[in-house]
Design a protein around this ligand. Sequence first.
Ligand code: TYM
Length: 336
Amino acid sequence: MTDFKQRIFSGVQPSGNLTLGNYLGAIKNWVGLQNTYETIFCVVDLHAITTWQDPDVLRNATREVAAGMLASGIDPKKSIIFNQSQVPAHAELAWIFNCVARMGWLNRMTQFKEKAGKHKERASVGLYVYPDLMAADILVYLATHVPVGADQKQHLELTRDIAQKFNSDYGVDFFPEVEPLIFGAATRVMSLRDGNAKMSKSDPSENSRINLTDDRDLIAKKIRKARTDSEPLPGTLDGLEGRAEAKNLINIFAALSDRDAADVCLEYEGKGFADFKRDLADLSVSVLGPITEEMNRLMDDTSYLDGVLRQGAENADAIASPILKNVHEIVGFLRP
Ligand code: TYM
């Protein structure tokens, strides 16, 4: 037996409420990984300010994301949990990566295009170089595995490109090849109002998403109101093709109950959405209700939360600082 564990890093932005997408696409998957990997989970506040955040709201959201991670089963005895701005190595390495990444690479990032929209000229420079900071988050710990939802895949490919270019520019074999871990039945949770749009914190419609702060009644109401079509449910996954809303709800059901989507289809073959939605609402409330209640309890105990984040930052810094020191040497920064 060896006590060498591979290292995982992942993060969530404290910009708005945690959604069911964050939970099923990322945080839920992290819980099981804590036993087999060394795990570092980060509330990425530096990323959040790439679009303006009210300072009080940001402080509160930072605690709320941390509370959401803890309430979902991230154990501070097993994992490092902290907020990004407490560990300066992230921003320092990001600067170096700004000098490694090419404009052409960043120009291809679909998330920037989506977020900046038609007003690219008015987007912050931070939003543009956001993926360089994300690469720095991961590589400042020499992490090798990154559990995320499907929407982050392109950013992780860029992380690999940056690591490779750094290694070849400086003739070293320093940064590892990062591997995305995208798994589970809901790697891309879609909006409840539009099966072709991602469920997102920034969607103007509250009914498009389930927030981890929603109470039981609100969760049930949003599911009841979720858009569907008029056909009964099919017995196979093939029957979901072209039915984006139905597919999304089946995937959510499967992910919440740890089952295969195919298995859920079989169970509901030929049934209408009324029955299915009633069961999905019950299931959602039974899984998410206790998480929401624990989150609320933790939000009332800010001294505990802050203690976890302070200790997490200390532990994270102890890993990142020596790695950044090696980078300084490789790059040629004099440390007299
Ligand atoms: P963020 O804050 O948008 O989302 C956090 C995590 O939740 C996943 N996710 C989803 N998964 C499935 N369906 C959805 N609708 C959905 N919405 C969000 C995301 O894929 C992500 O895993 N850039 C990152 C944060 C970040 C990061 C990192 C992640 C910064 N540095 C380093 C990994 C490693 C982001 O904006 O996530």
